[in-house]
Design a protein. Structure first.
Length: 254
């Protein structure tokens, strides 16, 4: 039986060699006509949603200015708070902080609009041609920044190319101005120019407002033409003189 199996196997091997088989592929026969089972589907990874990290909220510059101004207990502290305030873009293009000039605690506080080139260079308000005219106006009614007047602006930094202050810039600096007036505590305010009237009175139209006493920040206030306007419009000096006389009378009677 073994010899028969041997001869049969030898014959089968010879037959496969004649067919061209010259290599043993495997010990187990493979049915090439059998349909393979479907491949298993890949597992779908679960997407775990995680909470997005909270982005830091944007700083409200007006709220930051309000907090900084409220922290100042005196004028020196307010100046330091303004110098440390980093949220106003005007600061980046200015040479100096223009805080104030004159006598702190004086009966008259003048509020201008914004520094010009000369003010930015020197770090004091009203030192250019408009400031020289202001000094002459004050001297005409026996006032001066050296003895009896305190001066500041709505904006402490010069706008580029002396452009008009933007409403958002005025709103940002408003808490500092309010605190400045409260700490200086003058008897009367002189509000010079449209932008100053907008900041302190909430209205514009200096030709209509000038000369009439109003109230601002709880103080008697007199809107007047800005000296820069008077340099451009000399005919308006007559109205400015009438306003100066009104200021003199108010100080005398008050």
């Amino acid at each position: 039986m073994e010899s028969v199996n041997y001869h049969n196997a030898a014959a089968m091997l010879a037959w496969q060699i004649e067919l061209g088989a010259d290599e043993c592929i495997g010990d187990v026969p493979v049915n090439r006509y059998d349909v393979p089972p479907p491949a298993p589907k890949p597992a779908i990874a679960r997407i775990v949603q995680t909470a997005e990290p909270e982005m830091p909220s944007e700083i409200d510059p007006v709220a930051a200015a309000r907090a900084a101004a409220a922290s100042a207990s005196d004028l020196d502290g307010l100046r330091a708070a303004l110098g440390a305030f980093e949220h106003c873009e005007l600061k980046r293009g200015a040479r100096n902080l223009v805080f104030a000039d004159g006598v702190p605690g004086a009966r008259v506080m003048i509020v201008g609009e914004a520094p010009g080139r000369d003010e930015d260079r020197e770090g004091r308000p009203f030192v250019g041609p408009a400031g020289q005219l202001l000094d002459k106006m004050l001297a005409a009614i026996d006032l001066s920044r050296e003895t009896s007047v305190y001066i500041t602006n709505v904006l402490p930094w010069r706008p580029p190319q002396n452009r008009d202050p933007k409403p958002e810039e005025v709103a940002m600096m408003q808490p500092f101005l309010d605190r400045h007036i409260a700490l200086a505590n003058p008897d009367v305010l002189v509000i010079m120019g449209n932008h100053s009237c907008q900041a302190l009175l909430g209205k514009r139209g200096i030709t209509r407002l000038r000369g009439d006493w109003v109230e601002a920040q709880g103080k008697p206030a007199l809107p007047m033409f800005h000296p820069a306007y008077l340099l451009r419009t000399p005919l308006a000096k007559r109205e400015a003189w009438a306003d100066l006389l009104s200021l003199k009378a108010r100080l005398r009677d008050g």
